[in-house]
Design a binder for this molecule. Structure first.
Ligand SMILES: Nc1ncnc2c1ncn2[C@@H]1O[C@H](COP(=O)(O)OP(=O)(O)OP(=O)(O)O)[C@@H](O)[C@H]1O
Ligand SMILES: [Mg+2]
Length: 235
């Protein structure tokens, strides 16, 4: 009998499709993508600008409506469920790093991270302690009280990363999480993300950055909304 090392599927897209525009000017930006993201893997999604990477990630996180197909997060079908209807799944088990950070502008770095933990139900004192620890881990221990406007792009990106890391979610999805970082900081951040991977936990990152490839367990390539390659680095 064949034994499979079956780590749990954390996120699954089935024939997932996104079409923008109304007929006759329609643009299929994600075209019937079927893909599973498993625990114990750091998966990279790579492809040219405009190939549909952000749209695919956002649909997989339930942040953008799908035109067709199905999305499961942690075994639960979230297709067509509004953010309001599946908040538990996302808050407790999913950490999302937005391409454009999406920080709360009025909050300090510390508050940005702590607020996410508060939403997960963590008591204030614990949330602030963990937020501080996580910001220190991404090298921002000296920027706790800065608001986003007072931070560089790379520092804002690291606040966004700290926010996704905080609370140890089962799945971290990151959209170009190292785009604004220098090589050394980028490598450090990827190492932190890689450390979270385990038998119950996985990471899915969109990147243009070939320097991240050595860290990947699996690389998916996307072109014009279609997955063109699925490379298992350990096969
Ligand atoms: N809200 C929208 N309305 C219409 N078209 C959109 C919308 N969002 C994205 N698109 C189009 O969908 C295509 C894919 O966009 P997407 O942001 O997913 O690409 P990407 O692979 O993430 O690119 P990049 O590497 O530049 O971030 C693009 O052609 C874009 O113009
Ligand atoms: Mg993008």
């Amino acid at each position: 009998m064949e034994t499979e090392t079956a780590f749990p599927v954390l996120a699954r897209a089935d024939q997932l499709t996104k079409v923008y525009g109304d007929p006759p000017v329609q643009n299929t930006v994600v075209d019937a993508v079927t893909v599973s993201v498993r625990a114990n893997e750091l998966t990279l999604l790579m492809g040219p600008s405009g190939s549909g990477k952000t749209t695919l990630l956002m649909m997989m996180a339930g942040l953008v409506d799908v035109s067709a197909g199905r999305v499961e997060l942690f075994g639960t079908n979230i297709t067509g469920r509004s953010i309001a209807k599946a908040p538990g799944i996302r808050r407790h088990r999913l950490g999302f790093i937005f391409q454009h950070y999406n920080l709360f502008p009025a909050l300090t770095a510390l508050e940005n991270v702590a607020e996410v933990l508060r939403l997960k139900g963590v008591a204030a004192a614990d949330a602030y302690a963990e937020a501080e620890k996580t910001l220190q881990a991404v090298g921002l221990g000296d920027r706790l009280q800065h608001r986003p406007a007072m931070l560089s792009g790379g520092q804002q990106q690291r606040v966004a990363i700290a926010r996704a890391l905080a609370g140890n979610p089962a799945l971290i999805i990151g959209d170009e999480p190292t785009a604004a970082l220098d090589t050394k900081t980028g490598q450090k951040v990827v190492a932190l993300l890689k450390q979270t991977v385990g038998p119950e936990r996985g990471v899915l990152l969109v990147t243009h950055d070939p320097r991240l490839e050595p860290h990947a367990d699996r690389i998916l390539r996307i072109e014009d909304g279609r997955i063109t390659a699925d490379e298992d680095k350990h096969a």
